[in-house]
Design a protein around this ligand. Structure first.
Ligand code: GDP
Length: 210
């Protein structure tokens, strides 16, 4: 545990209240005013991003979970009750069946957002603990390196792995980020199913916007 009890409970308070859906942004001209810090959450389709956002915010359906990966192509803005930051749910990437035009539109939106958003404090890249880092994750890490946006890796669905397997994926993700300039060295482990690792992730997010 890298956080004090005070930091953990302050973060719990920030996340505990009612969350507001602010807006969905299909392209950059619809971006909301850059009037507070932003935290983005990214990851491959089906990585468990919606489940994690719902678990963090204690809402069953704030972020829409979906069995049709690659469906949401918008940046979705959410805000906690104290209005201290925006949580930005980025569209999932790397869906194999997505048509080329959709992939291109996605890449443009994400690249422009990452490059241009002065208020973006940190991006969390979710990685399915069963699969580890994929080439598309490297691609987004390269985009973030280029935009000089700090990012942190979060393993999801850790309940599906045995301890030994989890240690292996930890080591491989740590090795994978070691060569990236903007990556945080600490990899967080979470399970939305078992509600594990959520307190640390909340504290990390609140720490990043302070
Ligand atoms: P998204 O496409 O990244 O938003 O992924 P979803 O949140 O929709 O999750 C994709 C699938 O993984 C769903 O069937 C979820 O029930 C499952 N899932 C998500 N998080 C977990 C987890 O922590 N543990 C387990 N076992 N399954 C999970």
């Amino acid at each position: 545990m890298n956080y004090t009890t005070e930091q953990i409970s302050a973060a719990e308070r920030t996340f505990a209240g009612a969350w507001e859906f602010v807006c969905g942004v299909p392209s950059l001209e619809f971006l909301t005013e850059a009037d507070r810090p932003e935290i983005a959450v990214a990851g491959r389709s089906n990585v468990g991003k919606s489940s994690l956002i719902n678990a963090l915010t204690n809402r069953r359906n704030l972020a829409r979970t979906s069995n049709t990966p690659g469906r949401t192509q918008e940046l979705n803005y959410f805000m906690p009750a104290n209005g201290s930051f925006y949580l930005v749910d980025m569209p999932g990437y790397g869906y194999a069946k997505a048509p080329k035009s959709k992939v291109e539109a996605w890449t443009r939106l994400i690249r422009d957002y990452l490059r241009g958003r002065q208020t973006l404090r940190r991006t969390y890249i979710l990685v399915d603990a069963r699969h580890g880092l994929k080439d598309v994750d490297d691609l987004i890490m390269a985009l973030l390196d280029e935009a000089a946006v700090p990012y942190q890796m979060v393993l999801t669905k850790t309940d599906k792995l045995k301890l030994g397997e989890l240690e292996k994926v930890f080591a491989s993700v740590e090795a994978g980020i070691a060569r990236h300039a903007a990556a945080f060295p600490i990899v967080l482990a979470t399970s939305s199913e078992k509600r594990e690792g959520l307190a640390e992730l909340k504290a990390s997010i609140v720490g990043a916007v302070e």
